[in-house]
Design a protein around this ligand. Structure first.
Ligand code: SF4
Length: 364
């Protein structure tokens, strides 16, 4: 058995540690690239959303590297995510690949489902060891979340653009090699120390922007063309709601225990969207309102082409922006999207936010 999983966001960090510690052979699929996308596009239905295509392409890359057991999410959500696993499996079998697919229904079973899947993939680990592995994996994800949040604060303030991103790019490998709490603490402190040595402009007054929308496109830099780095270089501090560690804590534990989360967000969105339409639509609308109340300068709303929940959010957004007077740039992402076009749109949006801020200062 040689296990693999999509290289999405930071999930690969705890998963690679987990399999290495248990002595189970594992192929860490390569980070998403143009090759991943072109493989995914070649084998996917044209209309399916971008995350599906990237994950499919990534499975092909991993199987070409020797993987034969694919770990994937499944579920009965309202959007396509519910049938990602089944459709991917059929496409890959039709393409001639031989493998076993092991799925994890996070919406129905939460942490219990994860433990069940790990028991299957790690036959030599006892239940107490698996519980310990899950706890440690959550700590790794929390460390990665903290390190990434720090990049958002530092990027628009650094004197020499690119230094913070360079350190951040090394973080995943380093955290994945930390196998104990003590090592994890040391690695995190070392990376924070490197951040602290990056020279900052003491007079910087970055614009503040909320990066919202569909989870995968927000957290995955290949999907959004490294938008956070782009914004940081333009002097914009990003705040985002979506983080893998946060997601895992919420969906594997809080929701499983019936402890509903994000009450404030749901309350803010309720006058515009009162029922769950799957995905992150409620978060997109609720966070837009909360960001406006916190004085943010603007919002970028990311959505994959044909993403049903975010199309619903996008169609409601004009009413929200009218009521709350906050500029929102919606960016639809698919395989046809070019970086130059995105840079032009983001530059124009940053210019608009700067002018609004200057006007506000003059008026006050
Ligand atoms: S939320 Fe959107 S992009 Fe994600 S699986 Fe559902 S339809 Fe696809």
């Amino acid at each position: 058995m040689i296990v693999t999983f999509p290289h999405a966001g930071q999930a690969w960090v705890p998963l690679s540690t987990l399999f290495a510690k248990a002595g189970v052979e594992c192929v860490v699929a390569p980070p998403f690239s143009k090759q991943t996308l072109s493989l995914g596009v070649k084998h996917s239905p044209e209309w399916v959303c971008l995350p599906f295509k990237l994950n499919l392409g990534n499975f092909i890359e991993a199987m070409d590297m020797g993987a034969d057991t694919l770990a994937y999410v499944s579920g009965a959500g309202l959007c396509r995510l519910g049938y990602y696993a089944k459709v991917s499996e059929e496409i890959l079998r039709d393409a001639g690949y031989q493998f076993e697919m092991v799925t994890f229904d996070w919406q129905e079973k939460g942490a219990f489902g994860l433990a069940e899947v790990l028991r299957k993939l790690l036959p030599n680990r006892s239940w107490p060891q698996i519980v310990g592995d899950i706890r440690f994996g959550l700590s790794q994800l929390a460390a990665m979340d903290d390190l990434e949040r720090e990049t958002h604060r530092l990027r628009p303030r650094e004197v020499k653009p690119g230094e913070v991103s360079r350190i951040w790019r090394s973080a995943g490998e380093r955290v994945a090699k930390a196998w104990t709490y003590k090592e994890l603490k040391r690695v995190k402190a070392e990376i924070m120390d490197e951040y602290n040595q990056v020279p900052l402009d003491p007079d910087a007054q970055p614009l503040r922007l909320g990066l919202l929308g569909e989870f995968f496109t927000v957290i995955e830099p290949f999907c959004n063309m490294d938008l956070e780095d782009m914004l940081g270089r333009m002097g914009v501090e990003v705040k985002r709601h979506a983080f893998f560690g946060n997601w895992a804590k919420t969906w594997l534990f809080l929701e499983t225990l019936g402890l509903s989360h994000d009450q404030q967000v749901k309350k803010a969105a309720a006058p515009y969207l009162s029922r769950d339409v799957s995905g992150d639509a409620i978060q997109t609308l609720g966070e837009t309102i909360l960001h406006q109340k916190e004085g943010y300068d603007g919002i970028i709303h990311l959505l994959p082409l044909t993403c049903m929940p975010e199309i619903i959010a996008q169609s409601i957004m004009p009413t929200v922006t009218r009521d709350y007077e906050i500029p929102v740039l919606s960016v639809v992402l698919d395989e046809q999207m070019g970086r130059a076009g995105l840079v032009t749109r983001v530059e124009a949006f940053v210019d608009l936010m700067q002018r609004r801020r200057a006007l506000k200062h003059r008026a006050s």
